[in-house]
Unconditional design. Sequence first.
Length: 471
Amino acid sequence: MRKKTAILLSATLLTMVITTLLPATEPLFSNLTPDQKRSEDILAELVSFESTVEHPAETHRALQAMANRLRQAGFPDNDIQLVNPADDQFGLVVYYRGIAEKRPLLLLAHVDVVTATPDAWSFPPFTLGKQNGYYVGRGTEDNKAGVTQIISNFIRLKQEGWVPKRDLIAAISGDEETAGSVAQWLSGEGRELIDAEYAINSDAGYGEYSDSGERRAFWVQTSEKLYQTYQLTATNEGGHSSVPRPDNAIQDLATATTSLANYRFPIILNDGTRMQLRRAAAMYPKNIARDMLVLAENESDQDAAQNLSVKPAFNAMLRTTCVPTMLSGGHAENALPRDATVTVNCRILPGTPAVAVEKEIARLVSGQNITVKAIYQGLPSEASVLPDAILENIETLVEERWGDVPVIPNMSTGATDGLFYRNAGIPVYGISAIFGKPGDSRAHGLDERIGIQDFHESVAFWYQMLKTLGR
């Protein structure tokens, strides 16, 4: 009897220790409406798949799971298509049929995520957790919440018997974080599957809280920079380090890199970034707001340009940027280097040809025995003009749900699947509708999370948006 009691006490103690070490969690399913419960179910299921580049079968399974949910909701098999444009690359195309009075509306999301190291996380990354008002798990923010916005609302609208005036087409890719081959194929060879008047991308745009927690902006992405990488290489005959020469490959490369670092590409605005400067000015102190308004009217104003360019976020919005990101050179500590290479990553403004940037870099380093080579040719993505009718619809929806929050177009300094569709002539507008504080994003990082209330409000916003834009 004593032995049994001791064992029970030991088990109890062990449980207490484990409970203390594990992060505190809350019940996943409580105080939710049926629609919210469905959305939470879908998000939890999506997070459970380790849909990374290392596990393509898991990506495939995640897409199949969403297809099964839609079939169970009444979507016919011929309106659900799993696509496989390349080995281990998968996507899902779903049609919500309307009466075809208007051209289709395309909806974009991706189910793949970046790798997560479980030992570094507070929670198991591929199990949906709930703590301190947040859902925690890999992909909660990027971009399984977006997949949920589409799938959950397709099911809800189907249950309600809603019939839009246009087809709604969901294109969910499985390799946005890597090759982008699904979106590239759908916007090219598979164009007939997704041909649409325009697209709404759940993987871009966002709502912004102020530091005090007030909603102060609703950003709609209208353009993306072009991702392009170059290698700058210096070569030399080398020699013994005891007899230095003036034409050292590493020194030559350092001089070239310094020349590039000191150069600023010209400021170029498009309709979207001009509107962004005008509409966002009220969010900033008076001196910054003044410069924003001045530059929106005259991008050649040097004072306003200089004042804004010292801030990295503004500088990235206003001009093409190129920055060294990797460095290699030399072969021995006692030998002069025969070669040295720096990798330079550029984010190029829409409308600026990559070849023009390459020529400008070559001009900057001319006379320094430097060769410039593009590692690959990036895909350009022209800015999408935001029509007044769409802008007014979004403004109305935002005001109805959140009050007087300005809707502001913005340009992403990164890239999404949207670039392939823009390049194919389909305008793309990024509307995630998920609010957060600047600098608080954990996408691709440890303990990725999304506010529970923010998530459910975004799903509800998408419900109203689909009904509005689909009419």
